[in-house]
Design a protein around this ligand. Structure first.
Ligand code: BES
Ligand code: MN
Ligand code: MN
Length: 462
């Protein structure tokens, strides 16, 4: 029987070539102008699932972008693994900061990736990671080693809130029935420090608009006498944190899950080098909520960040103007027990309350989702742990991540199954940023580890 390692070695070039083809299609979900590319990507994923050995593959229409569903059912009495991933990607902006075009994938060596890494938008988040599952299935089917049933659900709206996926899941519970959900859309601590993601943060995303005078004004004739909405917006945003970097919205922390000292101590055992962290980001010092470590600040604590701010004149040269309006996009990362709709409401009320009478504010909620934590004593977690032990030769560290995959909480509610987050990316992959890349080593390691998960999950389920 062929081992995964041998199979991967023999087919490595083809795997990479196929992934590169997928990465060439700009499946940007945030911009409706790319709808055609979204459809083309869904079709490409369908073709690859068929080639890999799925018996049924469908493109499922939704009110938004299509979902690719595939399955290989070998025996109704065996467990079923549902693989979730996304084929949509973030917009590549800002374009001028890319060293090579985002949709013309190239392989380059880096310090972290002497074996080479694929540079392209979506290489790590999430086309590259999703494709590991397609190739792991190919290996198991072609070598007759698939030990259980498998279903795939690959969506095209993850980067914009998975609205249609929620719609789809609610309507297809029977079709999606499974014993565990397997997702590779997160990361590892390091190539030699395997970890399994045991938590995701929730999210509340809002846009605010501050309006002052009913038209743009000459800043000499009116400056000093009327509210400048940009000045006011900056002031209001500044008020959202106090001197300890705690969020000032009343009630914001009410439902936050507080971890025990014991749990925090355990978390602190994960390897972390503060100097290397600062150096990698080019910063002199870190910043965050008083009383918490960096790893706590970016995983078990909620946050509020401005993601974009605009208004007034931003073109070449100078223009003396007081703009009528100022805008900002603001996201809040949430932790277990915080309800995203309640937090959105708290934000809205507070933001309206702190606005001076000289302006009007409008808060428009975008999307959101709940946080997620997974226990480490489930069959799914134990199977994942075993899988990493085999392929990395080390026991993986359970670690909560700061990122969000809001649909995971919905899966638990609607499908009543746990998601196991076996991600193979690295923090240095620059996801959502220019020069996103995914290590070839990580890609192949994922393909090697995934079949082990199937093996142990089936074995432990008996
Ligand atoms: N794959 C990421 C989330 C992620 C990355 C989690 C790394 C943990 C580690 C996902 O595609 C993503 O970007 N999610 C968004 C939320 C979404 C609603 C736009 C996020 O976290 O900003
Ligand atoms: Mn992702
Ligand atoms: Mn993403």
């Amino acid at each position: 029987m062929k081992s995964a390692k041998n199979y991967i070695e023999e087919n490595k070039q083809r795997f990479l070539d196929e992934l590169i083809e997928l990465l060439k299609i700009p499946s940007i979900s945030a911009d409706p102008a790319y709808k055609k590319e979204i459809i083309r990507t869904a079709e490409a994923v369908k073709t690859q699932l068929e080639k890999a050995g799925c018996d049924v593959v469908q493109i499922c229409e939704t009110p938004g972008n299509p979902i690719v569903y595939g399955e290989k059912i070998i025996d109704k009495n065996l467990p079923t693994v549902l693989v979730y991933g996304h084929y949509d990607v973030q917009p590549p902006d800002p374009m001028d900061l890319w060293d090579s075009p985002p949709f013309e994938p190239i392989i380059k060596k880096t310090e972290t990736h002497p074996e080479g890494a694929i540079f392209a938008r979506g290489s790590s988040d999430d086309k590259g990671q999703m494709y590991m599952h397609v190739k792991a299935l190919e290996y198991m089917v072609k070598t007759n080693q698939l030990p259980c049933n498998v279903k795939f659900m690959i969506e095209g709206e993850e980067e914009v809130g998975s609205v249609s996926l929620g719609w789809f899941v609610e309507r297809n519970k029977e079709k999606l029935k499974n014993d565990v959900i397997l997702i590779s859309d997160t990361g590892l601590i390091a190539k030699d420090v395997p970890s399994i993601t045991t938590g995701l943060r929730g999210l509340s995303y809002v846009e605010v608009e501050v309006t002052g005078p009913n038209r743009d004004l000459h800043s000499g004739l009116y400056g000093g006498a009327v509210a400048n909405p940009i000045n006011i917006l900056c002031d209001m945003i500044a008020q959202l944190h106090d001197e300890n970097n705690r969020i000032t919205i009343p009630g914001f922390y009410d439902d936050v899950e507080e971890l025990s000292q014991e749990e925090r101590k355990k978390m602190a055992q994960a390897p972390f080098d503060l100097d290397a962290y600062k150096k990698a980001l080019g910063i002199e010092d870190i910043h965050g909520e008083k009383g918490y470590s960096t790893n706590e600040r970016n995983s078990i604590r909620p946050t509020l960040d401005v993601n974009g701010i605009w208004g007034g004149y931003t073109g070449e040269g100078a223009k003396t103007v007081i703009a009528s309006k100022a805008f900002a996009k603001i996201s809040m990362r949430l932790v277990p027990d915080q309800d995203w709709e309640k937090i959105t409401e708290l934000f809205q009320n507070h933001f309206e309350k702190i606005a001076p009478k000289s302006v009007r504010v409008k808060v428009s909620p975008h999307h959101g989702g709940e946080a997620y934590v997974t226990p480490i004593d489930s069959i799914g977690y134990r199977a994942a742990e075993k899988a990493y032990e085999v392929s990395f030769g080390k026991t993986p560290i359970p670690q909560r991540s700061g990122g969000s995959i809001p649909i995971v909480a919905l899966f638990e509610r609607e499908l009543e199954s746990k998601s196991i987050l076996m991600g193979f990316g690295l923090d240095s992959d620059a996801i959502h940023s220019p020069n996103e890349h995914f290590g070839i080593w990580n890609f192949l390691k994922g393909i090697e580890t995934i079949p082990q998960f199937y093996h142990y999950f089936t074995k432990l389920s008996k």
